[in-house]
Design a protein around this ligand. Structure first.
Ligand SMILES: O=C(O)CCC(=O)C(=O)O
Ligand SMILES: [Fe+2]
Length: 354
């Protein structure tokens, strides 16, 4: 990617401010109280953490965690392998380009809201093969299997990815437990949705960009799954839209921390108690940036709707109509290939009008 092709240029109102204002960052939460027993069965010991998580989910939809239990060595290995993979020629990387049959593999022409993102990515399923609906037809119950595409080089990438997955999955489940508790639900309330999970991990590479004032690494968007557990390197560039005033706030890199954000599914389950918040990534002209989000997603047959415990027919009616997670994800995947001129499928399409 040399010159900036017009496909990458953001409309003026969405271009980044490069002199970002210094501001209070997203909350930083220390998970060490969870480590002593390594489970969340002792409500007293983790009361404080649960309260902090609830507050962060409400006020920001985003937070960082430290002392999270993910082994640093596993993180270093996947990052090193990702750097080797992306350093190859485009021709080499495109040998494992994703296709219509499965969204996994390499991709360098992702668009967010019809503007091309200044990035390359490699996606893989956490549980393989991943069970998905065979078609978009709501009546069609047939399933298909989405499989991973591993590159020949570097040979250690696959094992590094598999070992990292195991680590981050434990963290994601712990966080879902804490979020459940913060909503007044049993810690295991969400567990059953993640049997046959459709979670995937993305290796992102944002190359240096000659016009960082015009393009974005990824345009403003919300994550559509349940929860995202993101590792960013030391370069920085992630910005979160502050709920209070709509300002874009930088998430400064914190060594060995993970960034956690609530996705659309938690927004629906919680009937808007917690909201999925917009975020985007700035690029810069000097350094390439790497990041690794883990998108924690339920089984494809999950019918996503507000939880009964958190709705009340009169006082707090459900704000969303139920939708099939698998059909939603399939729709998103197909729209990447058949250049629909229409807007992509979005959560608000399922909102009950007030
Ligand atoms: O690279 C990042 O920091 C964030 C990436 C992101 O938001 C996404 O892939 O959904
Ligand atoms: Fe995101």
């Amino acid at each position: 990617m040399g010159e900036v092709d017009p496909a990458f240029i953001q409309d003026p109102e969405h271009r980044p401010k490069l002199s970002a204002t210094e501001a209070e960052g997203i909350p930083l939460i220390d998970l060490s109280p969870l480590n002593s027993s390594d489970n969340i069965s002792d409500p007293k010991a983790i009361e404080g953490v649960v309260r902090e998580i609830g507050k962060a989910c409400k006020e920001w939809g985003f937070f960082q965690v430290i002392n999270h239990g993910v082994l640093l060595d596993k993180h270093k290995k996947i990052e090193a392998a990702a750097r080797k993979f992306f350093a190859q020629s485009l021709e080499e990387k495109r040998k494992i380009t994703r296709d219509e049959k499965s969204m996994f593999g390499y991709y360098d022409t992702e668009h967010t809201k019809n503007v091309r993102d200044w990035k390359e990515l490699f996606d893989f399923a956490v549980e393989e093969p991943m069970l998905m609906p065979a078609s978009l037809d709501p009546e069609d119950k047939e399933e298909t299997k989405w499989t991973n595409k591993w590159p020949e080089y570097p040979p250690e990438l696959r094992v590094a990815c598999e070992e990292y997955t195991e680590e981050v999955e434990k963290l994601a489940l712990k966080l879902m437990g804490l979020i459940a508790l913060s909503l007044g639900l049993p810690a295991d309330r969400f567990n059953s949705y993640f049997k046959d999970q459709t979670s995937f991990i993305r290796l992102n590479y944002y190359p240096p960009c000659p016009s960082p004032q015009l393009a974005l690494g990824i345009g403003r968007h919300k994550d559509s799954g349940a929860l995202t557990v993101l590792a960013q390197d030391e370069v920085g560039g992630l910005e979160v839209k502050r709920k209070r005033d709509g300002e874009w706030i930088q998430v400064k890199p914190t060594p060995n921390a993970y960034i956690i954000n609530v996705g659309d599914i938690i927004q629906v389950w919680s009937n808007d108690r917690y909201e999925s918040v917009e975020h985007r990534v700035l690029v810069n002209s000097e350094k390439g940036r790497f990041s690794i989000p883990y998108f924690f997603n339920p089984a494809h047959y999950t019918l996503v709707k507000p939880l009964e415990e958190l709705t009340h027919e009169q006082e707090d009616p459900a704000k969303y109509k139920p939708y099939s997670w698998g059909k939603f994800l399939t729709h998103r995947n197909l729209s990447n290939f058949k250049k629909y001129n229409a807007e992509n499928i979005q959560l608000y399409h399922f909102r009950v009008s007030e």
